[in-house]
Design a protein. Structure first.
Length: 148
């Protein structure tokens, strides 16, 4: 009976030891992917507008918090941006930090943003702050945000 238990224990230790762990190179590769996705997201917002960028990069179950409201789902996020974005508003951002899970399926970023908008007289106003985004790898391998 002891031999049987030892065999089972040896098998478990062997099995756990053989489980693939992400290497530092994997982690760095995934971090670079996220930094590129953030850049592409920001570039799309500048070139094609906030509505299109947030709709494209939102996961189907993505969530945003805006004006003390929670907006849930890709379609609702797009609808919110269609109703809220006014002409001559811009939003730019750049992550200063990124981290990725050991499994490579979740990541988060944070960094600085600048929101520029015209006041009632048409003068530009600038709002600076810090953003936080949570990313999830999708079944097709792409990254989409689940929290922004």
């Amino acid at each position: 009976m002891k031999a049987y238990i030892y065999c089972i224990l040896a098998f478990i230790i062997f099995y756990v030891g053989c489980q693939s762990q992400a290497t530092e190179a994997d982690i760095e590769k995934w971090k670079a992917e996220i930094m590129q996705v953030e850049k592409d997201f920001n570039d799309m917002a500048q070139e094609e507008g906030l509505v299109k960028a947030f709709e494209f990069y939102a996961a189907e179950d993505g969530v945003i918090r805006r004006q003390k409201k929670i907006i849930i789902g890709k379609a609702a996020i797009a609808q919110w941006y269609k109703g809220d974005v006014r002409p001559n508003e811009t939003l730019t951002w750049k992550p200063t930090f990124v981290d990725v899970s050991q499994s490579g399926d979740m990541a988060y970023t944070y960094g600085d943003f600048v929101f520029t908008y015209p006041d009632s007289l048409g003068n530009p106003k600038i709002n600076k702050g810090i953003f936080h985004t949570v990313w999830k790898r999708q079944p097709d391998g792409s990254w989409r945000f689940v929290w922004d």
